[in-house]
Design a protein around this ligand. Sequence first.
Ligand SMILES: N[C@@H](CCC(=O)N[C@@H](CS)C(=O)NCC(=O)O)C(=O)O
Length: 135
Amino acid sequence: MVERLIRNQQIVSSILTVGLIVKEESMKTESQVQSEIKKTVESNPVVIYMKGTREAPQCGFSAATINALQSYNVPIHVVDILADMQAREGVKKFTNWPTIPQVFINGKFIGGCDIVTEMHENGELEPLIKEAVKS
Ligand SMILES: N[C@@H](CCC(=O)N[C@@H](CS)C(=O)NCC(=O)O)C(=O)O
């Protein structure tokens, strides 16, 4: 009985160790995360880091922001930070901005929900987006 318990414990411990190794191997370094974000925002004209997907936003701020961007009918590169914890913290560090969503146009950080919504409503966003997708 005791031997079986010890054996079971050893099996559980081995499974946990393998799990940790797999997790560690799939983790990127901070510098890899930062260069990946840089590459993403510089190689796509319009990028949003948001909670959830464009079809199913998981937060009202992300929903309002992606809706505003989608009204321009241009390609939008979406990064779902709920599926990538390293991107979630990494993008905040990249911009020194504490919240999600975050929108980039032509590699430049524009802002979050409040700023993008205001620019959408006052007409400042449209020329930026149109220019970005042209180049
Ligand atoms: N006023 C912000 C609202 C966004 C916001 O407050 N986001 C929060 C809640 S969704 C957030 O990102 N918290 C940090 C986190 O969840 O990592 C904006 O204009 O974007």
